[in-house]
Structure formats: structure tokens, C-alpha cells
Design a protein around this ligand. Structure first.
Ligand SMILES: Cc1cc2nc3c(=O)[nH]c(=O)nc-3n(C[C@H](O)[C@H](O)[C@H](O)COP(=O)(O)OP(=O)(O)OC[C@H]3O[C@@H](n4cnc5c(N)ncnc54)[C@H](O)[C@@H]3O)c2cc1C
Length: 229
């Protein structure tokens, strides 16, 4: 099927938020945490790349993405050049990076655009009676904290949602957490081992955090992850 770009906005340096619609369906259905695959023929070869959906499911045929520009990459620079009205071929949403049933309190750990599936999950599934969520969000600079105002608002509204942003390269004016997400696992998890942990971002972070969690006594089945590279 085809997705048509409705609008795109820069939300951090070299990161854009995209709104697409799928004209051929009345309602675009997916489970929060899933991704769409996008296809384009580049140099006579069909290139496919996966992108986590950043929006919550709705009654509409729209979905949103959060993409970073990989300068030397094949597809992402082309997506950044798309203009409203342009179309791209997509495949229906897939993926198992979704909340488990029955629901358990969950720790969500993202770096960079790895925040995308967690925005979808939280927008759809954080409510007064939901399980508790803690989000650790690691980026380099404060300006890279995508959707920060939304997460801060969620934390104000719901006492069982904790938002723990951390900067790996803070400036002197930053008074919040610093260092990699790995440094804040203790604060997020404490002594609890009855939680699910979701990891999303580049391989280096995901593999490192998985090893730390295993050393902390987590079972493999409690750790869900999505690697972007
Ligand atoms: C399930 C899944 C969901 C994903 N969701 C998102 C998403 O929501 N947003 C998003 O921006 N990307 C996401 N990605 C990554 C995306 O699929 C592409 O890999 C990325 O856009 C680069 O594609 P490219 O064709 O431009 O570069 P390629 O030509 O494929 O790669 C160029 C190089 O960049 C590296 N690279 C890949 N991804 C990144 C990255 N994000 N940052 C820095 N370097 C990278 C690769 O390892 C490779 O060495 C997801 C990947 C998977 C598997």
C-alpha cells in the first residue's frame, strides 16, 4: 500500500516528525510498539527499512514517525527530502515489541529515535488504571529530547509514570541527570525484578543494557528489545 506524507516538522537537530496517511484504508490499525516497513527502488535495487510508529492508534488512517537523518544512509536522506503530497510504498505494521499480557509494570529505555515506539505505547496505554511506567530517555544534548513536553505533561498527570531524561553531553546549565541510560537503571528499577523491561535504540546500548539486566537477575523473557542497526 501507499502512504502519503501530510506534514513533517524538525523536532531536534537532524530529527524530524512525519505525519503520513494511507489513502486506501479508512482506518490504519496497528498495535503500539509495532513498525511499518518502507520500500523504495534506489539504484535499481528495492530498499526496505523499518520505522517504529510514534503515534497511538486512532480512528483515522494516519500514523506518525520519528526519524533521524543517517547522512551516509540510503533511504533516510530520501525520506528527509519528501514534501507533503509525496508518496512511498509501505507494508502493513508488524512486530512483537508490544506490551505483554497480562500487563506488568514496565521500564522503557530509549536512546535517540528509539523513543518512537514508547511515545506510541504511552499515548495509547498510559491511563489512570494502567500499569506503572518508567521511561529512561538518553540523548546527547538537551535539544535532542524529542517530545519532552509531552512526557513531562504525562508525568504531571499520572503519578505512576516517571520520566527520567538523561544527557550524555550536558552543558553547565543542565541540572538534570547526565551520563548514559545505563547509569540510571538503579534509580528506575530499584530492587524490583517483577517488571518487564523494553529497550529501543542502537545495538551498542541495547546489548550493553541487556547484559547489565541479566547480571541484575532479570530473566531473558522479561527483556524485550528493538535494535535499529
Ligand atoms: C524494527 C526497526 C525499527 C526502526 N525504527 C526507526 C525509527 O523509528 N526511526 C529511525 O530513525 N530509524 C529507525 N530504524 C532504523 C531504520 O530502519 C534505518 O536503519 C535507518 O533509517 C537508516 O537507514 P538508511 O537506509 O538511511 O541507512 P543504511 O544505508 O541502511 O545504513 C547506513 C548506516 O547507518 C547505520 N544506522 C542505521 N540506523 C541508524 C540510526 N537510527 N542512527 C544512526 N545510524 C544508523 C547502519 O548501521 C549503517 O551502518 C528502525 C530499524 C528497525 C530494525
Amino acid at each position: 500500500m501507499e502512504a502519503k506524507l501530510i506534514e513533517t516538522t524538525e523536532i531536534a537537530p537532524e530529527v524530524r516528525h512525519f505525519v503520513f496517511e494511507v489513502p486506501e484504508v479508512g482506518r490504519f490499525t496497528f498495535v503500539p510498539g509495532q513498525f511499518v516497513s518502507m520500500n523504495q527502488v534506489i539504484n535499481e535495487k528495492k530498499i526496505t527499512r523499518a520505522y517504529s510508529i510514534a503515534s497511538a492508534p486512532s480512528e483515522s488512517n494516519r500514523f506518525e514517525l520519528c526519524l533521524n537523518l543517517v547522512h551516509e544512509g540510503l533511504l533516510s536522506p530520501r525520506l528527509f527530502q519528501m514534501r507533503p503530497g509525496d508518496t512511498i510504498e509501505i507494508r502493513r505494521p508488524l512486530g512483537m515489541f508490544v506490551l505483554r499480557n497480562p500487563p506488568r509494570d514496565s521500564i522503557l529505555i530509549a536512546t535517540g529515535t528509539g523513543i518512537a515506539p514508547f511515545r506510541s505505547i504511552l499515548k495509547a496505554q498510559l491511563h489512570e488504571k494502567s500499569q506503572a511506567f518508567t521511561l529512561i530517555f538518553g540523548v546527547r544534548h538537551e535539544s535532542h529530547l524529542m517530545y519532552r513536553a509531552e512526557f513531562e505533561e504525562m508525568a504531571r498527570q499520572f503519578p505512576h509514570f516517571r520520566f527520567l531524561p538523561t544527557l550524555s553531553r550536558p552543558t553547565a546549565s543542565w541540572t538534570g541527570r547526565s551520563g548514559h541510560v545505563q547509569m540510571h537503571l538503579g534509580e528506575a528499577i530499584g530492587e524490583r525484578r517483577d517488571v518487564d523491561v523494553f529497550l529501543c535504540g542502537l545495538k551498542l546500548m541495547v546489548d550493553d543494557v541487556r547484559n547489565i539486566l541479566k547480571d541484575m537477575g532479570f530473566d531473558r523473557k522479561q527483556i524485550l528489545f528493538e535494535k535499529y542497526d
